[in-house]
Design a protein. Structure first.
Length: 422
């Protein structure tokens, strides 16, 4: 605990005496470009990337020139810009440079993912947002924040610089987030009464349908958690006075977002999915939805990142064991940690009753490609395999070396191996 407190205190000092002055400098250096943009920010633990990409696409469909900064990179018109590996909110120097490029290219709006680390390290210092929304908050980054309360309070700071706040009334953060009296608050929900509440929900193995106020949504992305993402986007677009018919059309055939519920096609009649889910909550939301709509076996390939919050690893294991038929525990970005120890911590959280009752089985396969090969070899026609954790990422970090990696390519290699062994 003392080591954690020391780490947090040291980071606070670094934030004030390094990150803050640097952010002020780059604001001045690039001429405060954000002042010429309508800024829309989305924070939260899970769902940020899907939400900002939907907002961005909806604004483009409304003929509004919009730029984007997200985990998948930055977009300015037809140009895609890398913001670095394992990065969601880039350094302040990159943020202001991209904002300046957006202004030069004639963008009027910018949609950005804003992490707790970005807020803590003043990466968006000086930026006034027209609208900010929050997806949800759950166990994540507790190696860098003292506790969940501290983590939520950090995210809440974003709303101090926003004209409008869109909050998730079903989330535990709702009662903790305090915004200035000048900021207008709107809420969305499924369970509790709110400004934008989902009703008449119909979820089956083919589609998801629900209504919010006078708008009906139907989408082929049949995950329950997708309701929250759509509600947040609906709320933001409504406040921006965007044509209410655009979003329902956009999500009918849900836009493909790299590494998010990404389908990898094959001729084996196995549903293969790549997803970025890497927190206990994201795994629960994703796997519980899949479990309810999958007729045959659900197989999950997953691991936990090294050098990050170790306390979430058993929680991830518990969620997977309660929502899957088979798990293959494997490597993620191990960094400088021992993969054997990482996997051991995950496995310690498995629900022993599920194992004893033969409702769940697992394999410990440290090599990630071997894990894919095993999953595909075990799967039968009609089964679902989901690979969680890496999503869109193009490398896997072991030690200090980034090795080329692709989840979809790993599936394709496994398909070829299965074909050869038939």
């Amino acid at each position: 605990m003392y080591k954690k407190i020391y780490k947090i205190c040291f980071q606070k000092i670094k934030n004030i005496f390094w990150h803050l002055p640097k952010s002020i400098f780059y604001n001045i250096y690039f001429g405060f470009p954000h002042r010429n943009l309508t800024l829309i920010g989305v924070t939260g633990t899970d769902g940020k990337t899907t939400s900002v990409n939907l907002i961005h696409q909806a604004l483009l469909n409304a003929n509004i020139k919009s730029g984007l900064i997200s985990t998948l990179g930055a977009k300015i018109g037809d140009q895609s810009i890398s913001i670095g590996l394992h990065t969601t909110s880039p350094d302040s120097s990159i943020v202001q440079k991209i904002f300046a490029q957006m202004v030069t290219e004639g963008m009027t709006h910018a949609i950005v993912e804003v992490t707790a680390h970005a807020i803590d390290q003043y990466r968006y210092f000086g930026c006034n947002f027209a609208i900010c929304g929050i997806t949800n908050t759950s166990h994540e980054h507790l190696d860098d924040f003292l506790n969940m309360s501290s983590y939520i309070n950090t995210k809440a700071k974003l709303f101090s610089n926003s004209n409008i706040a869109i909050l998730n009334k079903d989330d535990s953060s709702f009662s903790q987030i305090i915004v200035p009296p000048t900021t207008k608050i709107f809420s969305y929900s499924i369970d509790k009464k709110s400004d934008y509440q989902a009703k008449n929900i119909n979820l089956n193995n083919k589609f998801l349908e629900f209504t919010v106020n006078k708008t009906t949504y139907k989408t082929n992305s049949n995950y329950r958690y997708q309701i929250y993402n759509i509600l947040l986007v609906h709320s933001i677009l409504n406040q921006l006075k965007i044509d209410p018919n655009l979003l329902p059309k956009l999500i009918l055939n849900f836009p493909e977002i790299k590494g998010r519920r990404e389908i990898v096609k094959n001729n084996l009649h196995i549903q293969c999915i790549v997803d970025f889910a890497h927190t206990p909550n994201a795994l629960f939301q994703t796997l519980s939805s899949l479990h309810s709509t999958t007729k045959n076996k659900l197989i999950c390939i997953f691991g936990a990142t090294g050098g990050r919050d170790q306390t979430k690893r058993p929680l991830m294991g518990k969620v997977v064991s309660q929502n899957c038929d088979i798990a293959i525990v494997t490597a993620d970005d191990t960094r400088n940690e021992n993969i054997i120890e990482i996997n051991k911590q995950i496995i310690s959280g498995f629900d022993q009753k599920q194992i004893d009752n033969k409702k769940f089985a697992y394999y410990n396969i440290p090599n990630r490609q071997d894990a894919f090969n095993l999953a595909v070899s075990l799967a039968k026609s009609g089964d679902t395999i989901i690979a969680c954790g890496k999503g869109h990422e193009t490398s896997i970090l072991h030690g200090k070396t980034e090795y080329p990696w692709s989840e979809s390519d790993a599936f394709k290699t496994a398909f070829r191996n299965k074909d050869q062994n038939v």
